[in-house]
Design a protein around this ligand. Structure first.
Ligand code: IMP
Length: 423
């Protein structure tokens, strides 16, 4: 059975968790393929709120859940997340497997990131400060520690001593921070390993076996396409690819197994951190939308920046990811508007374009061109079929489909599982 991948089509926080939760009802295996605990997926089941950071959302339905090789993992955070879920009645340990090739996020990564963001001051990226970037830097520089390194204590200690010596030299010289000690780091890692020893494995074998056996595999994306290091608003991006193309490398499967690519987008746009955001709205309107849409980071609690739906952005995502369909979330947050501006193109240097420029200088020179859609001024949270929606809400969705050149497959009209519409 061809696998499905769910990716974010904007700057992250599109509501992927909700969509993955819906799809994972039918899945046998759910796999994260990149990123780390910079991700934050919020899922409500009744009155219980689950905040997922590292663990795939499929765990909420007790599905086998894998952390792929493309991820960077902070084991202390994983333990905390597991504990919170276990206390809420989710059997995490039995269903979780961790790739032996995934990289570790260590305290010096967080320290390095905090120091560098502080040094950058007004030019900071506005990262989640979870050590993501420095952990991927070390991976690329071939000095990272991987889950598999935890297996042999003596070798682990040796590697750790070598890298800590380097980090102390670097962080001391550049930022003037006091040296980090190896022993507490080593002991903490050994303790985590005792706990997770049986969960660490070659997860690629499990995914491939499931795919060949006709099982339903769901790849869970994190972040959004506009945060991709190659195709996003570089340098205001994350450090791993959140796109559908990253599944193959991050999970260790051939791309031929990916049968369906589902993008998620909010009915408007949000962004956390610095960087361009052409359709960002004035704070007076953003403040109300933020309250209504619960637009505060699941991971950092930061207030998200809010803007109107940008079809230029989602159109770019549709192209880059090869989207088969789009799930639109938070449609109900637009209920109260008389009119809804929809960005259909940009005007750059007197020319109109529907392609998002790759160059940030050009992005800065672009002005969004809006089409004003009539609002529906009605509570749509009870709609369960497309025909239940007011005509103006239907028009809004159909216009998005035309503009981004991808069909809409799901609409989410509230935070509960049943508040969804399948088209
Ligand atoms: P980092 O991934 O922590 O290095 O942060 C780099 C940029 O990506 C910052 O602008 C973050 O706010 C943003 N970012 C990272 N992960 C997410 C996410 O899951 N949702 C939204 N933004 C994110």
């Amino acid at each position: 059975m061809p696998a499905t991948v769910v990716v974010g089509s904007q700057w992250g926080d599109e509501g992927k968790g909700r969509v993955i939760d819906l799809l994972s009802a039918e899945a046998d295996l759910v796999v994260r393929f990149g990123g780390g605990n910079n991700a934050g997926h919020t899922v409500w089941v009744g009155e219980q709120r689950y905040a997922m950071h590292l663990i795939p959302t499929g765990i909420l339905r007790h599905k086998l859940s894998l952390l792929g090789a493309g991820m960077v993992i902070d084991l202390a955070v994983l333990r905390e997340e597991e504990q919170a879920l276990t206390e809420a009645g989710i059997a995490v340990f039995e269903h979780l497997r961790i790739s032996e090739n995934a990289h570790l996020i260590l305290p010096y990564h967080k320290l390095q990131e905090a120091e560098e963001e502080a040094r950058l001051g007004a030019k900071a990226i506005g990262t989640t400060r979870r050590g993501i970037g420095p952990a991927y830097e070390d991976k690329a520089a071939r000095r990272g520690l991987r889950m598999g390194d935890l297996r042999e204590a003596a070798r682990l200690r040796e590697k750790l001593e070598c890298v800590v010596e380097y980090k102390n030299f670097l962080l001391g010289r550049v930022y003037g921070v006091p040296p980090i000690e190896v022993t507490p780091l080593y002991e903490a890692l050994c303790e985590h390993y005792r706990y997770y020893a049986t969960s660490i494995c070659d997860t690629s074998l499990l995914v491939n076996e499931a795919l060949r056996g006709g099982k339903n595999v769901l790849f869970e994306g994190a972040q959004g396409t506009m945060l991709d290091p190659d195709w996003g608003t570089y340098p205001y991006v994350t450090s791993s690819s959140p796109m559908s193309g990253a599944v193959a490398c991050g999970a260790g499967v051939g791309p031929k197994y990916i049968g369906r690519v589902l993008g998620t987008a909010k009915a408007y746009t949000s962004r956390v951190g610095a960087g361009p955001f052409p359709t960002e709205m004035p704070e007076e309107i953003a403040a109300t939308m933020r309250e209504q849409g619960g637009e505060f980071g699941t991971t950092t609690g930061r207030a998200r920046r809010i803007g109107w739906f940008d079809a230029v952005v989602v159109r770019k995502s549709a192209r880059l990811n090869g989207l088969d369909a789009l799930a639109i979330t938070h449609l109900d947050v637009l209920d109260r508007f008389e009119e809804i501006p929809l960005c259909v193109a940009y005007e750059c240097g007197g020319e109109r374009t529907t392609e998002f420029p790759n160059d940030l200088g050009q992005v800065a020179a672009c002005r969004p061109v809006y089409e004003t859609m009539p609002g529906w001024k009605e509570d749509i949270s009870g709609a369960r079929a497309f025909d239940d929606l007011p005509k103006n809400a239907q028009r809004y969705v159909r216009r998005i489909e035309e503009l981004v050149e991808a069909p809409v497959s799901h609409l989410l009209v509230g935070r509960q599982r049943e508040q969804s519409i399948l088209l």
